[in-house]
Design a protein around this ligand. Structure first.
Ligand code: FA5
Ligand code: MG
Length: 477
């Protein structure tokens, strides 16, 4: 199982909280040093009138906390809002929740969903903690149990800002937006019909599409994608088919609109046909589970995760007679495809040259984003020796250093804000005699809004180097 998860991680190049590599932890000493770059310990944090105690778990930087109020998914005429509304329109009758507060308990974010106590997603290297028991939600699934418990509708949609310590590149940002959806059927309202029959009937009523989606795996696989013991295979086959058809309809809608807009702006240049595929996935709160990938800019881009809701979760939420599906979609990823937006940082731009290109009343609604400039990139390398575990002290046996890439990524963001386009590992090796590990990263400095001067880039790079030594105790090469 572990190796298949690893393979998925590598292939998707997506460092989601659910597939985080096993070294996703950080030693106490390193945590304390990192705290000093974020928020000083023991001073309470205020997030939109709510005050929270802080402690040794606190790692949410002021920069991130101050963006909590932006809520791009509710900003009029913003491409994230337009994307949300287009997807919502595919789910008539679903109750929408668009203002759920982003600070949640670790119980909501993890325990209610069945995350094991040692799950790497709980690590401070992956998650922003407000304090030991409180986090910035890492996904909209944090609200699943509460919304199921409220039991107000068969279907619901939750759109919200979510927060993760993650890579720095064109499709990852520490704050992004997800839309969660779930649809469940209540066995008490089947009027003697079987669940499978009802679900197939409901599927028949969905809009038809002729999209070809690569789907090579069986719905259920005993090891890789098991049937839950509470479920019947025929029901799960029906629920899975309904889920996939519903999501394929979303994709069709998105691409039809994207194609329409490119027709009106690119003089009928025919674009390559859309390539989409289903791959098996793992989430602690669904089984079987899948991800949907779209071929975009020469690589497979994961756009959503989904599956059949764990019955235990529904039982715990007081709705044991319900079963069904849930999905979580990355709104930025969809908006990037929809509007042809090349870099995820653009969504945060306040530049009118960006914002004025989108309008909820435009005809057609979706138009291709016209880059207002392409400023030169400036690549700079940084190489360093990691501290060895003995120097770090108190390390977990079997690991060689307390370095975690997400800490480095955050340090770069801390120093440079949105002036870095991406950060990539270009080389890594262990010294043959001492066993010490050396890393080399390439930082691509590029502003979306202006040309950076040499002095500015050199200054930033120097500050990154200094911060790396001070906060992470590495030795520069
Ligand atoms: C989840 O977050 C699950 N909660 C999804 C889910 C919901 C599964 C309900 C089952 C049932 P994942 O970590 O894969 O899964 O993220 C979902 C989507 O969010 C990804 O497919 C991607 O589109 C988007 N995403 C993930 N990380 C980032 C990031 N750093 N920046 C932008 N988008 C991201
Ligand atoms: Mg994922």
């Amino acid at each position: 199982m572990r190796s298949s998860i690893w393979r998925l991680t590598r292939r998707l190049q997506d460092r989601s909280a659910f597939y985080a590599p096993s070294q996703a932890w950080v030693c106490r000493g390193c945590q304390q040093r990192l705290n000093s770059t974020t928020t000083s310990t023991n001073e309470p944090i205020t997030v939109q009138e709510h005050q929270y105690e802080t402690d040794e778990w606190t790692n949410a930087p002021a920069q991130i906390l101050s963006s909590v109020s932006r809520r791009l998914h509710l900003q009029k005429d913003h491409p994230i809002t337009i994307t949300r509304k287009i997807i919502e329109s595919r789910f008539p009758g679903f109750k929408t929740h668009n203002s759920l507060f982003p600070v949640v308990t670790t119980y909501q974010n993890f325990d209610s969903l069945g995350f094991q106590p040692d799950h790497p997603g709980r690590s401070r290297t992956d998650t922003y903690y407000v304090n030991k028991n409180t986090v910035l939600r890492t996904h909209t699934s944090a609200h699943q149990a509460d919304v199921f418990r409220a039991n107000e509708s068969d279907g619901y949609l939750i759109s919200a800002d979510v927060y993760r310590r993650d890579a720095v590149d064109r499709s990852h940002y520490p704050i992004f937006h997800q839309m969660e959806a779930a649809l469940t059927w209540d066995s008490n309202s089947l009027n003697g019909e079987s669940l499978a029959k009802r679900v197939w009937e409901d599927l028949e009523a969905l809009p038809k599409n002729s999209i070809e989606v690569l789907d090579e795996n069986p719905t259920i696989h005993p090891e890789r994608n098991p049937l839950q013991q509470e479920h019947k295979q025929e029901d799960v086959e029906a629920i899975a088919a309904h889920l996939k058809k519903s999501l394929e309809n979303v994709v069709v809608e998105i691409f039809a609109r994207a194609a329409e807009s490119s027709k009106s702006t690119t003089n009928n240049v025919t674009e390559a046909p859309l390539k989409v595929r289903w791959v098996e996935a793992y989430f602690p709160f669904t089984s079987p589970s899948w991800e949907l990938e779209v071929f975009w800019q020469d690589e497979w881009l994961e756009v959503l995760g989904c599956g059949v809701v764990k019955q235990q979760l529904l039982n715990n939420a007081g709705v044991p007679t319900r079963s069904g599906w849930a999905f979580g979609i990355g709104l930025e990823r969809i908006a990037m495809i929809l509007f042809n937006i090349p870099d995820i940082r653009l969504f945060w731009s306040q530049d009118p040259r960006f914002l004025s290109q989108f309008s909820e009343s435009a005809q057609p609604l979706v138009s291709r984003f016209v880059p207002f400039s392409k400023h030169p990139a400036c690549y700079k390398d940084i190489s360093f020796w990691l501290r060895s575990s003995s120097a770090a002290g108190g390390m977990v046996k079997g690991t060689t250093s307390d370095f975690h890439e997400n800490d480095f990524m955050e340090l770069v963001r801390d120093v440079c804000g949105d002036l870095v386009e991406d950060v990539r590992l270009t080389d890594e090796f262990a010294h043959p005699k001492s066993g010490r590990r050396s890393m080399c990263y390439r930082i691509n400095y590029r502003s979306l809004e202006r040309t950076l001067t040499n002095e500015e880039t050199n200054g930033m790079h120097e500050r990154v180097r200094q911060a790396l030594v001070e906060k992470m105790g590495v030795e520069l090469r």
